[in-house]
Ligand binder design. Structure first.
Ligand code: PLP
Length: 237
């Protein structure tokens, strides 16, 4: 049998993912349109990404600055986000080129985004990354320090905090992630209810291929999905 092409794999998966999002949204008492599907496109060829965009994908997220910049001239029109760990010295390369940076994992990084944004006369929308499982291998603010961190970041010029992002620990089943998603949702509601200058908190970015339905049921407004759309590939986050 011939192997399926990347485009065929996407076509099969896309309708399934959309239906699952719609079902989970309904369970959460929301409409399908209330949930933003962001396609995580690391290692995916631009031709396949553009096919996905033609098929209805409106948001994409890339992980690596070099890869993003090399694909940038060729993307069809789409909302472009940065979702990977961002080194401070690379900030200048992407500020102004992406609509949202999901992965602001330190005050130091936020400060550099601020500096480059002010230099370019723009405001950068950012999410603050939470290391919700307290894992050494992951970046981000601990849930305990999140509020203080966000307040501090919000004082910087040229950045607007739009919400939270997290990659919970890998769990055997999506159900085991509920405690992390619940904690993140609580934190989200908590900071959203405060009036913090230079913030406009309305995005909770959590849920990936293996757990996005659970994440939506727990209050995610944006899910980042790679494998469930494009199939398995080799990469490290
Ligand atoms: C790769 C990646 C995803 C998507 O992961 P899948 O399990 O392939 O859906 C989501 N978020 C981030 C930050 C990623 O790097």
């Amino acid at each position: 049998m011939m192997e399926k092409s990347s485009v065929e794999i996407f076509d099969e998966n896309y309708s399934i993912v959309r239906r699952k999002i719609a079902d989970a949204a309904k369970k959460a008492g929301k409409r399908e349109e209330d949930i933003t599907l962001l396609a995580a496109t690391k290692t995916v060829d631009v031709s396949v990404i553009n096919h996905a965009i033609e098929s209805g994908i409106e948001y994409i997220g890339e992980n690596r600055v070099q890869e993003f910049l090399s694909k940038l001239p060729d993307y069809s029109p789409v909302h472009k986000h940065f979702i990977g760990h961002l080194q401070t010295n690379k900030v200048k390369d992407i500020v102004g080129k992406v609509e949202l940076i999901h992965s602001v994992d330190s005050y130091h990084l936020a400060k550099e985004i601020s500096k480059q944004s002010v230099k370019n006369n723009i405001t950068s929308d950012i999410l603050v990354e939470i290391n919700v499982g307290g894992e050494d291998s992951k970046y981000g603010f601990s849930p305990e320090n999140a509020k203080e961190g966000i307040e501090k970041i919000s004082l910087l010029d040229g950045v607007c905090v739009r919400g939270l992002m997290a990659i919970p620990p890998i769990c055997e089943t999506p159900k085991q992630n509920i405690k992390y998603f619940d904690l993140l949702y609580k934190l989200f509601v908590d900071i959203r209810s405060q009036t913090i200058d230079n913030s406009n908190i309305d995005i909770l970015s959590m849920g990936m291929s293996d757990d996005f339905e659970t994440a939506i049921e727990c209050g995610a407004t944006m899910v980042r999905i790679g494998t469930a759309l494009f199939g398995r590939r080799n990469y490290n986050i």
